[in-house]
Ligand binder design. Structure first.
Ligand SMILES: *[C@@H]1O[C@H](CO)[C@@H](O)[C@H](O)[C@H]1NC(C)=O
Ligand SMILES: *[C@@H]1O[C@H](CO)[C@@H](O)[C@H](O)[C@H]1NC(C)=O
Ligand SMILES: *[C@@H]1O[C@H](CO)[C@@H](O)[C@H](O)[C@H]1NC(C)=O
Ligand SMILES: *[C@@H]1O[C@H](CO)[C@@H](O)[C@H](O)[C@H]1NC(C)=O
Length: 390
């Protein structure tokens, strides 16, 4: 991945240079139109389907996979916003959150529209939305699952970035990736996790992403199911994840680990990999080559995180301490602009009425949050829940 990063930068500069010819505007529709027109030109030059060296997947396949995930996210938010009202979020302590989630939902809907248009422009049939089932039951478990799903979105785009052949597609995918990262950071913050746990995010292969999201799919229209096959899921029974601590993790399909094989837990964290011995369902969470944040664990014949060595997983764990808390001062004249989410300050305390950083605490962006009580077992519950469905 590291070697390929300069390519991303080069693509960004190339786009900036092209954009300089266009009248200055912040009209998003125009930007989209420009990118799509360039993609159409490239399609007519026959370049779009060039195979990438690393996976053999062509850009159309990669973009259609991205669209598969965007359909999932789009449905995820639109269903949740239909299921829960602004009052439901308020009752759970998240005053002011609903309109922000509507914005997130609108972003995902826009990504679906954009990728659909880009694929059509390239002469490729875009995948359609599937039917899904998401294991949340209330506002709190919805926000917990949202954190994980947005994190997986970031990892999926990062994992695909190095395999995209065309610079314009890298730019388009990167433009979506950074927004998914912002969604993820915001929800992490709401859930008392630091929004930016590490200096590097974690790329994941398409195979790993399919393993993670497969349990959410209930049915798909002909031709729209993920074409990549995932692995067996993992059952995680540990509920607290600490660096150096024990992790109880078993393939949901017991026959996924052949008898007599030396097996490792492999941890993907940022751009690093760490391995610890797996013995009969237990391994240690490593202390080196790993940081706090959303971490992907596989059971592997490794030590390697390449798909071909993975027997089962990934499962998702997060070793971040849930103690992140910030109070944003209110602008002059506002009565209550608290964004306090610490366990110490329960909810909605009126904040100092001056010295707000300009533009930060806009009225419609004030969320008085509350601690995510009982969040400890959430990740294990989620991953366990996913494994059930595999
Ligand atoms: C994994 O968890 C599921 C659901 O709890 C269970 O049905 C399955 O037997 C478990 N697999 C193993 C190998 O324990
Ligand atoms: C479980 O894993 C074994 C070995 O990889 C495989 O042959 C079998 O089909 C798997 N079972 C299920 C239900 O996926
Ligand atoms: C950390 O990374 C180094 C360099 O790749 C490797 O030698 C070492 O075994 C890794 N540590 C763990 C726990 O995997
Ligand atoms: C949260 O706890 C960890 C571990 O005790 C500590 O290192 C970190 O500084 C704390 N973070 C905040 C924001 O209090």
């Amino acid at each position: 991945m590291l070697v390929k990063l300069p390519l991303v930068a080069a693509a960004a500069f190339a786009t900036a240079a092209t954009a300089a010819a266009v009248p200055a505007t912040d009209d998003v529709a125009l930007m989209k139109k420009n990118i799509i027109q360039r993609l159409e030109r490239r399609a007519s030059n026959g370049m779009v389907k060039r195979n990438s060296l690393t996976t053999g997947a062509d850009d159309a396949t990669i973009l259609n996979f991205a669209l598969t995930l965007e359909h999932l996210e789009n449905t995820y938010y639109s269903e949740a916003l239909a299921k829960f009202s602004a009052a439901d979020f308020e009752a759970a302590g998240y005053t002011g959150l609903y309109p922000l989630l509507e914005q997130v939902a609108a972003d995902e809907a826009s990504h679906v529209g954009f990728l659909t248009a880009a694929l059509k422009a390239a002469g490729v049939t875009p995948v359609e939305a599937c039917k899904y089932s998401f294991p949340y039951t209330d506002v709190t478990s919805f926000l917990g699952l949202t954190q994980v799903i947005e994190g997986v979105g970031v990892s999926a785009y990062l994992g695909a970035a190095g395999d995209i052949s065309e610079a314009d597609y890298v730019t388009a995918a990167g433009s979506i990736l950074t927004v998914e990262a912002r969604h993820n950071a915001f929800v992490r913050f709401l859930n008392n996790y630091t929004p930016f746990p590490a200096a590097y995010d974690t790329p994941q292969s398409a195979t790993n992403v399919v393993t993670i999201v497969t349990p959410f799919f209930t049915s798909c229209p002909e031709g729209s199911a993920p074409t990549i096959k995932g692995k067996s899921g993992l059952n995680v029974t540990t509920t607290e994840f600490t660096l150096g601590g024990d992790l109880q993790v078993t393939p949901a399909n017991a026959s996924a680990v052949p008898a007599g094989t030396t097996v490792y837990c492999g941890f993907a964290s940022g751009l690093n990999a760490a391995f610890t011995a797996w013995n009969d369902g237990t391994c240690k969470i490593p202390t080196e080559n790993i940081t706090i944040g959303q971490t992907y664990v596989v059971v592997t014949t490794g030590p390697s995180l390449e798909d071909k060595y993975t027997l089962a997983g990934p499962a998702i764990i997060d070793t971040t301490p849930k103690n992140s808390s910030v109070t944003i001062p209110a602008p002059a004249g506002a009565a209550s602009m608290s964004m306090s989410m610490s366990s110490a300050s329960a909810s909605g305390s009126a904040a100092a009425a001056s010295a707000a950083p300009a533009g930060l605490a806009a009225t419609n962006a004030a969320v008085s949050g509350k601690q995510m009580a009982g969040a400890a077992g959430l990740f294990a519950a989620l991953v366990g829940g996913l494994a059930v469905l595999l």
